[in-house]
Each structure stands twice: as structure tokens, then as C-alpha cells.
Design a binder for this molecule. Structure first.
Ligand code: NAP
Length: 481
């Protein structure tokens, strides 16, 4: 690469590598050690980046969708070429098992390719007139400079769900990754640089979230904010957006129910519960947080599920065969243990786990299964964001739908049943942006993703993924013959 090869990794501003700012240290949660650092930018630097992005807007939006798509394909090629290195970096900064880091890279490439193709399909409409001599069109145009704020749990792919559609739609984009996981975004910036994007069109801003966020919110040249993270910070940004009526997309917290009916294929349901609960150590917005099992198969499910949970290997994400890495930090383990203790105090049975994993660092938690968990305990109300599976029994379909929907969140839900009518009925009744029916991994580039209720505003991915980056303009022609 042609950026400085200091141990402090540079950020990427207006087409150039910049390592002038104070260093942000990056900790590997498996070892607790600093393994890299990244340069940062302050509020004034953010202001300059927004100005540079705005200057690049006209040139970028005036390219054809096909031309912008070619750049996106070139970025995808660059990421694909370095997939192993990027997957490893994700594992080091986030802690997840390497195979999951590599999976994230694969999905990232697919997102870029999807939006490279969607760039050609930002269709408008010809609208029938109702008055002689008139003709109407609705066209779609890029919204302008986008501030994209991303979380640490899927540091690359969730950033790209914003960056790729923004670029495809003709918007310059400023990416602010989470401070815990900025390195995969540096590698993304390298792929962008190699792809030869015009300067200012993509920039990487690492640094203090409040400073960068405040400038994005208060600077009128930044027309749109797309945020993925906690509902708490999302609410704060929604409040801040009011002054300028800033356009927003919000991907916020989740609290997914997973419902297993007596007529389910039990082995598939157990597998589904394992994947939705323990992938990424449970640190996923679509992780199953509440597992509801119908009475007739309750104990049988628990026996199979606990056997598999106990067999999961916990360790450094880069070690062979590891299923669950560390949580992002030791404080996250403390929160999870508080949730476990509260559940036990309110009558839950602990079937496995519940403690820090022996012989590993302070950020590792055992895979934990709780049974007979009551609805009013903490882990049934809040995101646990850890490998903690609370299981609860139910009797009737109506009852479980009511319990599943009794939350302010509405991001994802899962149902396991072999009864087609029930699958349809329950999927329609669940208040969630995504419902997996006998499917633990529903998310894919070509389908819309996002939350109902307090889980968010707008949709990412799918053909809807461009919508948040486009304005609709009505053009009316008078005096037509
Ligand atoms: P977070 O604390 O809300 O942080 C998310 C991002 O926002 C980070 O880049 C963070 O920067 C930044 N940020 C924090 N305070 C800010 C402020 N005042 N102004 C502007 N930016 C600010 O969330 P997280 O802990 O990283 O992520 C976990 C949460 O994200 C969970 O609730 C999870 O469910 C949710 N999530 C949702 C989705 C979805 O698609 N709906 C996907 C994944 C995760 P710093 O890191 O520098 O603080």
C-alpha cells in the first residue's frame, strides 16, 4: 500500500492516508492486549471531511449507475483478494471465531456486488396525468453527503450495509466505525483506495463518537445519518436530528423470540436455537433472546440443546475449532452474569454455564442455558448480548404470540413448525422486521432488513436498501400537446 507503514494505522480523508491525529488503541478481547492503533480525527477534521465530501458529490452523482457499480465491483474484488487477512483482523478486533470473521467478509463482498447491480435500478415512474396538457414524472436523486455510524459486533458487514448503498445511490459517505473495532474499516478503506474512487467520495473517520456525531448532526452539508447501534444512542441521535430535520435510518437493538412448536422437526429446531443464540457469542441484534418451547417437547428440547451447548468450544477466535470467542470486554460478561443471577433469583433453573470460562481471560463466558425463565426477569426484557439462552414453556399459539410481541423491540423473530398454515399465521402475527421460518440465518443481500417498533427506522439491503439514500422528485410538464 502507498500509505505510511507506521504501527499506527492511518485513517482515510479526501483520498489520502492521514496519521496525524492521536492514536486510538485497539484491544484484542481474547488476550486483553493492545495489538494495533489507529489515527483519529477531531471535530474540525470532521468538518473538513464533510466539506470535501460535499465537493465530491456532483461528480459522483453525475456518473451513471453502471459506472458507480463498476467501482463497487472493484471494491468487492479488492476485499475478496484479501479475505483471509480481513477475516483474521475481524476476529482479532472483535473476538469472533475466524470462520465467522471469514463469513462476514463473504457477506460483505456479496453486499457490494448486490448494490453494484442495484445502482442501475434506481427507477422513477411516469405518472398518468389527470389534466389535458400535463405530464408527470417522479425521479429519484441522491440525498447528498451521508454520515454512517457502525457498531462493533459485525464491524465490517454492518458498515458496508450503509457504505455500499450510499455509494450506489450517488452519495459521498463518511464512515465512523465503532472505537473497539476500527481496523476492518481501515482495510475497507484500502480496498476503496485501490479501486480508485474519486477523492472525498468515501472517507474513514475514527475518533470520539460524540464529537464526530455532533458535527455530522449539526453540519447542514451532511444531509443524512445512517446509524446501527443501541436503541439508547439511536434515540439520542433522533432527538439531535430534530433541529435540521436530518434524514435518518436507524438499525437499533433487538430482542428476538424463537418459538418451537410440538410439530417442529426437533433436531432442526435445536440447531436453529444454537445458531441464533451462540453465533458471535450471542452478540447479535438478531440473536434469539427468548426461546419459547411448547410443553409436549419442552424437556426433550432442553436435553438436546444443553448437550450441544455444553459441547461448544470456548476460546481465542483464532484457535482451531472454537465455537464461541470472548465477549467484547469484561464489562459485557458482568452484565450477562447479572442477567443470569436475576433469572435464577426469580426461579429459573440453570442447566449449564453461568460463570466465566475457566482458564481464559475475564471476557469469556460459558455457554449458558436457563430453563423455566419467567417473563418479568431482566433477560426476558432486555438484550443480554451474550451466550445466554433463556428458555420458557408455553401451551397455546395465541399465548406465545402475545408473549413474543410483548416488547418494545421488533427486529427479528423465529418460528419452528412443520405445519404450513401455522407457519404462515404465526409469521404474519409476529411484530418483527424479519421472521425466520425454520430458518436460523434469514438475512441476505437481496432481502430487506430492519426493525419495527423501537428497533429502527427504514430498511437496509434488498431493493429497499437504496431508498434511504434517494430523494423522490416530482417533475410536472405543462403545455404538452
Ligand atoms: P452503540 O454503543 O450504540 O455504538 C454504536 C456506534 O455509535 C459506535 O460507532 C459508537 O461509537 C457510536 N456512538 C456512540 N455514542 C454516540 C453518540 N452520542 N453520537 C454518535 N455516535 C455515537 O452500540 P454498540 O454497543 O456498538 O452495538 C450494539 C448495539 O447495536 C446492540 O443494541 C445491537 O442490538 C445493536 N445492533 C443493531 C443492529 C441492527 O441492524 N438493527 C445490528 C447490530 C447491532 P464508539 O464506539 O466510538 O462509542
Amino acid at each position: 500500500m502507498d500509505h505510511p507503514t507506521t504501527s499506527k494505522r492511518p485513517i482515510y480523508l479526501n483520498g489520502e492516508w492521514n496519521d496525524q491525529g492521536p492514536a486510538l488503541q485497539v484491544i484484542n478481547p481474547s488476550t486483553g492486549e493492545v495489538f494495533a492503533s489507529v489515527s483519529t480525527v477531531d471535530r474540525a477534521g470532521t468538518r473538513q471531511a464533510i466539506a470535501d465530501a460535499e465537493a465530491s458529490w456532483k461528480g459522483w452523482r453525475n456518473l451513471t449507475g453502471k459506472e458507480r457499480g463498476a467501482y463497487l465491483h472493484a471494491i468487492a474484488d479488492g476485499i475478496e483478494k484479501r479475505a483471509d487477512e480481513i477475516g483474521r483482523t475481524i476476529s482479532q478486533e472483535n473476538g469472533k471465531p475466524l470462520a465467522q470473521g471469514l463469513g462476514e467478509v463473504g457477506m460483505t463482498v456479496d453486499h457490494f456486488r448486490w448494490f453494484a447491480e442495484e445502482a442501475r435500478r434506481a427507477y422513477g415512474r411516469v405518472i398518468p396525468h389527470q389534466m389535458e396538457g400535463k405530464r408527470h414524472l417522479a425521479i429519484r436523486q441522491s440525498v447528498g453527503v451521508v454520515g454512517a455510524i457502525a457498531p462493533w459486533n459485525f464491524p465490517l458487514v454492518l458498515a458496508v450495509r450503509k457504505v455500499a448503498p450510499a455509494l450506489a445511490a450517488g452519495c459521498p459517505v463518511l464512515l465512523k466505525p465503532a472505537s473497539a473495532t476500527p481496523l476492518s474499516s481501515v482495510l475497507l478503506a484500502e480496498a476503496v483506495h485501490e479501486a480508485g474512487l474519486p477523492k472525498g467520495v468515501f472517507q474513514l473517520l475514527v475518533g470520539n463518537a460524540r464529537e464526530i456525531g455532533a458535527e455530522m448532526m449539526e453540519n447542514p452539508a451532511c444531509r443524512k445519518i445512517t446509524f446501527t447501534g443501541s436503541t439508547e444512542v439511536g434515540r439520542e441521535l433522533i432527538r439531535q436530528s430534530a433541529d435540521q430535520v436530518k434524514k435518518l435510518s436507524m438499525e437499533l437493538g433487538g430482542h428476538a423470540p424463537l418459538i418451537i412448536f410440538e410439530d417442529a422437526n426437533l433436531d432442526n429446531a435445536v440447531e436453529g436455537a444454537l445458531i441464533t443464540k451462540f453465533r458471535n457469542g450471542g452478540q447479535s441484534c438478531i440473536a434469539s433472546n427468548r426461546i419459547y418451547v411448547q410443553r409436549g417437547i419442552y424437556e426433550k428440547f432442553l436435553a438436546k440443546f444443553v448437550e450441544k451447548a455444553k459441547a461448544m468450544k470456548i476460546g481465542d477466535g483464532l484457535e482451531d475449532g472454537v465455537d464461541i470467542g470472548p465477549l467484547i470486554d469484561s464489562a459485557a460478561v458482568d452484565t450477562a452474569i447479572a442477567h443470569i443471577e436475576a433469572a435464577i433469583a426469580s426461579g429459573a433453573r440453570i442447566l449449564c454455564g453461568g460463570k466465566r470460562a475457566d482458564g481464559l481471560g475475564p471476557s469469556f463466558l460459558q455457554a449458558t442455558v436457563l430453563a423455566d425463565v419467567s417473563e418479568d426477569t431482566l433477560c426476558m426484557k432486555e438484550e443480554t448480548f451474550a451466550p445466554v439462552a433463556p428458555v420458557s414453556v408455553f401451551d397455546q399459539e395465541d399465548e406465545v404470540i402475545q408473549r413474543a410481541n410483548d416488547t418494545d423491540y421488533g427486529l427479528a423473530a423465529y418460528v419452528f413448525t412443520e405445519n404450513l398454515n401455522r407457519a404462515w399465521r404465526v409469521a404474519e402475527a409476529l411484530e418483527a422486521g424479519t421472521v425466520g421460518v425454520n430458518d436460523a440465518v434469514p438475512s441476505t443481500s437481496q432481502c430487506p432488513f430492519g426493525g419495527m417498533k423501537q428497533s429502527g427506522l427504514g430498511r437496509e439491503l434488498g431493493s429497499e436498501g437504496l431508498d434511504g439514500f434517494l430523494e423522490t422528485k416530482h417533475i410536472s410538464f405543462g403545455g404538452m400537446g
